[in-house]
Design a binder for this molecule. Structure first.
Ligand code: GAR
Length: 192
């Protein structure tokens, strides 16, 4: 199963996926390309580290969504690596019908909350401020409705007394780094 990863930032989840593949823990999945919508972000540095092509694709003209010329550039670039699965790992941009149709049914997203709770931006902060006893992370299929597609996997994280945004973020990220590679491995076995 050929996997393309799209991200916008640090790339700790992309690193977890690539490390899982290196460790033989990504099932029949193989990361073929990393794409970023920002030119100088950590996720792009993973390319040389793991021997995978890593490319900045210009997302202009929009700031928070992928539409118009930027969407066309992303569709062409991602299509060229012929992915069976497109993984959004911290890709901070709303996808529009052009990209969704180009990779219909093949796109999954990681979100830092137990969806359907706390969709959108800052899922970790939202949960902390709401005062709930637990949060977590979700991997779901991407549809036109933001953070609302079918949930494929979730991991729970308790929120303890005295929890700070930093301590909670560290726990959620640790859970994400296990969940996302496990879901990709699971999907790769389903395809066989
Ligand atoms: C992750 O926590 C992911 O859940 C979140 O961005 C972070 C990316 O971290 N995604 C969203 O909030 C999507 N709405 P990373 O760049 O270190 O993998």
């Amino acid at each position: 199963m050929r996997v393309a990863i799209l991200g916008s930032g640090k790339g700790s989840n992309a690193a977890a996926i690539l490390q899982a593949e290196r460790d033989g823990a990504l099932g029949a999945a193989h990361v073929v390309h990393i794409f970023a919508d920002q030119p100088e972000v950590g996720i792009l540095a993973l390319g040389p580290r793991f021997g995978v092509p890593a490319t900045f694709v210009d997302p202009a003209p929009f700031k928070t969504k992928l539409e118009g010329a930027g969407e066309e550039r992303f569709i062409a670039a991602v299509r060229a690596c012929e992915p069976d699965l497109v993984v959004l790992a911290g890709f901070m941009r709303v996808l529009k019908p052009g990209f969704l149709h180009a990779f219909d049914g093949k796109i999954i997203n990681l979100h830092p909350s137990l969806l359907p709770a706390f969709p959108g931006l800052d899922g970790i902060g939202q949960a902390l401020r709401a005062g709930v006893a637990e949060t977590g992370c979700s991997v779901h299929r991407v549809t036109a409705d933001v953070d609302a597609g079918e949930i494929i996997g979730q991991a729970r994280v308790p929120i303890e007394a005295g929890e700070t945004l930093e301590s909670l973020a560290a726990k959620v990220h640790a859970a994400e780094h296990k969940l996302l590679p496990a879901v990709i491995a699971h999907l790769s076995h389903q395809r066989r």
